[in-house]
Ligand binder design. Structure first.
Ligand code: TZP
Ligand code: MG
Length: 218
């Protein structure tokens, strides 16, 4: 699975992001529109753990049917339970080494990093890809901190001691895609630019086109 991952357009989403719509339907439309990767990120939504597991099962089976890698945010227990393709952890979550120990060698491990030091440590401890951000200002994650700009991607890309896929995250919409890709990202990760839109399919089509255009021009 690891080798086949395409990072171009990464949808990160939980029920809190879907404006009252069924997340399974939103995900289905986003897949129609061309997302290449999905992360289940259920945060402060009011769902109980049981409800979260049950929603996770539905999203997981849709990803399996549609051949989209399914990544779980934060929780290794949920990732294992849902037989996810991977886990994504931030700097305040399970340490990367321990996360790797729990999920084993074959599942994908994504790590959020803002600096070259964090990126280098993630690489050393077994990360498979980096989520770098928040690139731009975002209302989706109130504790995301100050935007670090596309320049942070360029710096990590240049200074990292060996190559690792990078996705930019945070406040990215169609207009922001080109800068992120030109800075050296393999793709963009978005929440509201797809899940918050009235037409998630159309939003995904436009983002995917913007990524391919920028990558083609690079
Ligand atoms: N991590 C850093 S910023 C962010 C996460 C999960 C939120 C991104 O959401 P949006 O709506 O794409 O700005
Ligand atoms: Mg986290």
């Amino acid at each position: 699975m690891k080798g086949a991952i395409r990072y171009s357009l990464y949808l990160v989403m939980g029920s809190q992001d879907c404006r009252g719509r069924d997340p399974v339907r939103v995900l289905d439309q986003a897949i129609d529109g061309g997302i290449t990767l999905f992360q289940f990120r259920e945060k402060n939504s009011g769902l109980t753990l049981r409800e979260t597991v049950s929603l996770g099962e539905r999203l997981r089976s849709l990803c399996r049917e549609r051949n989209i890698p399914f990544i779980v945010n934060d929780r290794a227990d949920l990732a294992l339970l849902l037989d996810a393709d991977g886990l994504h952890v931030g700097q305040d979550d399970l340490p990367v080494r321990q996360a790797r120990r729990l999920i084993g060698p074959h599942r994908l491990l994504g790590v959020s990093a803002e600096t070259v030091e964090e990126a280098e440590q993630a690489l050393r401890e077994g990360a498979d890809y980096l989520g770098v951000g928040p690139i731009y200002a975002t209302a989706t994650k109130p504790d995301a901190g100050k935007p670090i700009g596309p320049g942070a991607i360029a710096e990590i890309r240049q200074r990292l001691s060996s190559p690792l896929p990078i996705v930019g995250i945070g406040g990215i919409d169609v207009a922001g895609v080109a800068e992120v890709i030109r800075a050296g990202a393999d793709g963009v990760a978005v929440v509201s630019a797809i899940a918050g839109k009235p037409d998630p399919r159309k939003a995904a089509v436009e983002l995917r086109q913007a990524v391919e255009r920028a990558a083609g021009a690079a």
